[in-house]
Design a protein around this ligand. Sequence first.
Ligand code: 5GP
Ligand code: MN
Length: 320
Amino acid sequence: MEKIFENLVKDAKHILIISHVNPDGDTLGSMCAMYSAILTQYKKKSEMLVPSAIPGIYNFLPNIEKVKILSEFDKSREYDLVITVDVAALDRILEAQILFDKAKHTVNFDHHQTNINFGEVNFVEPHACSCGEVVFKIFEKLGWQINKDTADALYTAILTDTGGFRFENTNPASLEIASKLVAIGVVPKEIYNNCYESKTKSVVMFQNYAVANAHFSEDEKIAYSVILRKDIEKFGVKDSATDGIAETLRSIISTQISFVIKEIDSKTCKVSMRSKKEDVSKICEVFGGGGHKYAAGCTIKLPIKEAVKKLLQEINHEKN
Ligand code: 5GP
Ligand code: MN
């Protein structure tokens, strides 16, 4: 199947690589790795597209400055090949679906168990730690050159989706690939510093506020933080500032399920859910979302108070 992908790349004049909305290190790292691998291998410049703003910490990724944002993108364009990376479902690329639907060919690289193989060609490996792992394996099978730029981007994808090589998806493959990337020239400390020690003061203050004001179920097994629009505005942070809060709440010994619910507007909320044992992708699927067993998310079209109520009902229903 990788040969089909290679031929699509060879034959395509215009290639577009798309990441998911609220982009994280895996989708951005996989996208930048794909860009630089195609450039190295075929001297072809692809275009890169994000559906929403890139968190500032990822500004170090090679070629990230070439990424365009959907709100400023010409959606009337037609591509020979559209590649999605780390996109669990097509609604995660928002209106970029128009570009996907019009493309002559589509390839879907992903590692979410809830992915329905929406591409013409699909590389979906639910057991892979990250989309970066899926992408690396295809490059390796094809014998594509992995230079320092590609390696830095792939290492970022694997590092961030394994939570710094700590989560359950840290396995022989993820460590083996990381080792190969370090042999190519990746400096782990540099990538670590960029991903985990480059937060702005306001983001840290905001996250501490969110944790300090968290709610707990009576048995303290459910921990959650409710973020209103006015909180985000008060601290002057971007929406991505909520990344990591659900993990902090999960780190409490009594917590079984944690979530952050963020008000997008008066009728829409975004949920980030984490667990230690329960399959939270099932809970998020009830609301039209998805993800992984221990990390999932969804968008709920309700005012935030009602959404919290519904979410708690569903969690309690799933737990019992
Ligand atoms: P996060 O909470 O960090 O945004 O996402 C956790 C995991 O769930 C990621 O793998 C992400 O791709 C997935 N995810 C988050 N929100 C959604 C959603 O609305 N739909 C689907 N299908 N997956 C989601
Ligand atoms: Mn991922």
